[in-house]
Write a protein that binds this ligand. Structure first.
Ligand code: NAP
Length: 248
């Protein structure tokens, strides 16, 4: 069932990992999908192929999500090419993990700019066309680190908690225009990002997960499709932890 037929989605950081799974799942649900990435052009081509194979239109943009000007150019281009933007998924993110004692100003700034300012950049640019359409959905990919904290991630947890505050505020600001804003807080998901962890770190983390496995990018993508669909028409301002039961 193509619940997102005739919809256009924009996913930041759609070349790899969770962003790619989201882009493909939105396409499988019937949406045309534009997406951004920072540098991995060959990975971006793979995502494009997957969207095209699902019979949907796509366009990728090599663009730094932390740049305000780039974000507004991308959104303008999506509206020009596709005619509208119905779904925005703020997914682009990085880690620069270390204890606060050792964290550099650059580690802090890069993570805040890429993970939090990017969501401001794209939400501000996309809410204008959504307001004129009187319809839209924004899904912010936060993290359980933003809900419960995580040693070694002061920068990342602050950015992800910031996204949650932004989600609730924007949900209140935009509800009267029929724009819903929600956040998904993934737990430990198998991607390049968690590939950096040692086996010992992974085992320790898995010990905290009641469902006793890491999540897959598809576990997150299915929830994003649901939140983007009419089935979630009465849900806004929520944070959904998708984490195998880690946070409860
Ligand atoms: P990933 O595999 O490292 O992929 C990150 C994606 O973001 C890539 O497409 C990358 O593009 C893009 N990106 C990074 N910096 C960017 C920038 N400045 N501008 C535009 N795109 C940029 O990460 P992931 O695990 O899929 O994570 C996706 C999101 O989920 C992130 O926000 C992350 O914080 C969140 N999350 C992940 C986990 C987890 O366990 N994996 C848990 C909680 C939350 P390039 O390919 O060009 O580098």
């Amino acid at each position: 069932m193509n619940v997102l037929e005739n919809k256009t989605a924009l996913v930041t950081g759609g070349s790899r990992g969770i962003g790619r799974a989201i882009a493909l799942a939105l396409a499988a649900a019937g949406a045309d999908v534009a997406f951004t990435y920072k540098s991995a052009s060959s990975a971006a081509q793979e995502t494009e192929k997957g969207i095209t194979a699902a019979g949907r239109r796509t366009q990728s943009y090599q663009s730094d999500a932390s740049s305000f000007g780039d974000a507004s150019n991308v959104v303008e281009s999506v509206v020009r090419e596709f005619g509208r933007v119905d779904i925005l998924v703020n997914n682009a993110g990085i880690t620069r993990d270390t204890l606060l004692m050792r964290m550099s100003e650059q580690d802090w700034d890069e993570v805040i700019d890429t993970n939090l300012k990017s969501a401001f950049n794209f939400s501000k640019a996309a809410c204008r066309p959504m307001m004129s359409q009187r319809e839209g959905v924004i899904v912010n990919i936060s993290s359980i680190a933003g809900v419960i904290g995580n040693p070694g991630q002061t920068n990342y947890a602050a950015a992800k908690a910031g996204m949650i505050g932004m989600t609730k505020t924007l949900a209140k600001e935009l509800a009267s225009r029929n724009i819903r804003v929600n956040a998904v807080a993934p737990g430990f998901i198998e991607t390049d990002m968690t590939g950096k962890l040692t086996q010992q770190q992974k085992d320790a983390l898995l010990g905290l997960v009641p469902l006793k496995r890491m999540g897959t990018p598809d576990d997150i993508a299915h929830v994003v499709v649901f939140l983007s669909s009419p089935a979630a028409a009465y849900i806004t301002g929520q944070v959904l932890c998708v984490d195998g039961g880690l946070v409860m």
